[in-house]
Design a protein around this ligand. Structure first.
Ligand code: 9Z3
Length: 307
């Protein structure tokens, strides 16, 4: 891809410094570290962008996994799409009437005397989430980095990967973000808003280079790397996951289908295929598929480090 915008190059250098300092703190506490990527990337169609190519990802997989990884003793660098699901904050309803209706004002109607209250009985998951969040915060166990555009994501991933490389095999990369496969290079992008008076729109997009290749070969060659493969056609899911493993030679691909991704995944490694799924009973008990994914990967990571 083309050279980075100067501001983006600075943001990348700054992110690398921040992650490096945070990671050395995690190491001195004896913690393993996971880089979790989460949410979808945004691809502009114009330089002064009015329109964008987006995807479906809500960031829930990444957010829940980050919570579970922290609970399993990891320090988590959470590289996420701005305003997508955030660890523990997902216990709250999104901004809108459901959130406003939970809140009530007490005391003086306006000014410093007013207090805002929320009855925790209305949201039973909130208190445990707030307690877990404040523990993670006090322990410095979560470092959040935010992206919106595809190029921001790529720059931050590279920065974080380089900064975590010194941790060797104790670093896990958990690449759950839904990254666009297509983009328009800056040199080919119209500057101004595309005019509808010019008639129907035809655009040609270039392929986004796969970051797994430099990640595995150059940036963090000793790390334990997990990528995700999403498909809508079940008949090609495992074939595609295997192709990715053979091509990039990393450790694990988590294969999932769009519709069933909340309740079933297949963990694919060089010599195994393990189905993880939630029964109706487990769903009704509030269990999430990420409980099983993180549990499974934590053990795999431990044996990877021992080797
Ligand atoms: C995933 O497959 C994630 O599990 C989901 C999670 C994005 C489906 P949500 O954010 O969904 O909880 O709503 N992520 C990777 C998707 C992807 O684009 N993978 C690339 C591919 O399939 C490989 S890097 O080609």
């Amino acid at each position: 891809m083309a050279a980075l915008r100067p501001s983006l190059a600075e943001a990348e250098a700054e992110a690398e410094r921040r992650v490096r300092a945070w990671a050395s703190g995690q190491r001195s506490r004896g913690r393993r570290v996971a880089l979790v990527t989460s949410g979808g990337t945004q691809v502009p169609l114009e330089a002064r962008a009015v329109r964008f190519l987006e995807n479906f990802s809500s960031g829930r997989r990444g957010a829940v996994s980050a919570e579970r990884l922290v609970a399993a003793g990891y320090g988590v660098c959470f590289l996420h799409r701005a305003r997508s699901a955030f660890p523990w904050a997902r216990a709250l309803p999104p901004p809108g009437p459901a959130l406003l209706d939970l809140l009530s004002v007490h005391g003086r109607e306006e000014g410093a005397g007013a207090r805002v209250a929320l009855d925790p009985r209305a949201l039973p998951g909130l208190v445990p989430a707030l307690l877990a969040y404040s523990r993670a915060k006090d322990d410095g166990a979560l470092l959040a980095l935010e992206f919106t555009a595809l190029d921001e994501y790529l720059a931050l991933l590279r920065a974080a990967a380089r900064a975590l490389a010194p941790l060797g095999s104790s670093a896990m990369f958990y690449l759950a973000a839904a990254v666009s496969d297509f983009y328009i290079p800056a040199s080919e992008m119209p500057e101004h808003k595309i005019q509808s008076t010019d008639g129907p729109l035809q655009i040609t997009m270039k392929m986004v280079p796969k970051m797994l290749s430099p990640l595995v070969k150059e940036w963090a060659p000793e790390a334990f790397v997990i990528s995700f493969k999403l498909e809508t056609d079940p008949s090609i899911l495992i074939i595609k996951a295997r192709q990715a493993l053979e091509k990039y030679r990393h450790q694990v691909v988590i294969a999932n289908l769009l519709e069933s991704r909340r309740t079933a995944v297949v963990v694919v490694t060089k010599d195994s295929e393990t189905q993880l799924s939630l029964s109706n009973e487990e769903v009704s008990q509030g269990m999430e598929i990420e409980d099983k994914i993180v549990n499974y990967l934590e053990a795999q990571h431990r044996s990877f480090m021992e080797k």
